[in-house]
Design a protein around this ligand. Structure first.
Ligand SMILES: [Zn+2]
Length: 93
């Protein structure tokens, strides 16, 4: 693969627009969406993005297990409750 540092963009969870953040943000710095009034502190934004990533990963794993279970007589996979949470900030994955 490449040696590039992965840089995942945080996007607005309300409208999907780009987010303005300082170059070297502090947790208390304010970040805001360029397209809508959505804003938060950098810390809040990162917490939201983390939670979103966690949910995203869980959904992916869920799908993988389901696929495996489909072709097996002895694996019975039951997925857990889906999160229906809405995120104020999401990641461009
Ligand atoms: Zn927005």
């Amino acid at each position: 693969m490449s040696n590039e540092q992965p840089k995942t963009a945080v996007k607005c969870g309300e409208c999907g627009g780009p987010v303005n953040a300082p170059e070297e943000p502090k947790p208390t710095d304010e970040v805001s969406c360029q397209n809508c009034p959505n804003k938060a502190t950098y810390q809040e934004m990162m917490d939201e993005a983390q939670a979103y990533l966690h949910d995203y990963a869980e959904t992916r794993i869920d799908a993988t297990f389901k696929e495996a279970a489909k072709n097996s007589d002895f694996i019975k996979y039951k997925s857990g409750p889906k999160s229906t949470r809405k995120y104020r900030f999401i990641l461009d994955l």
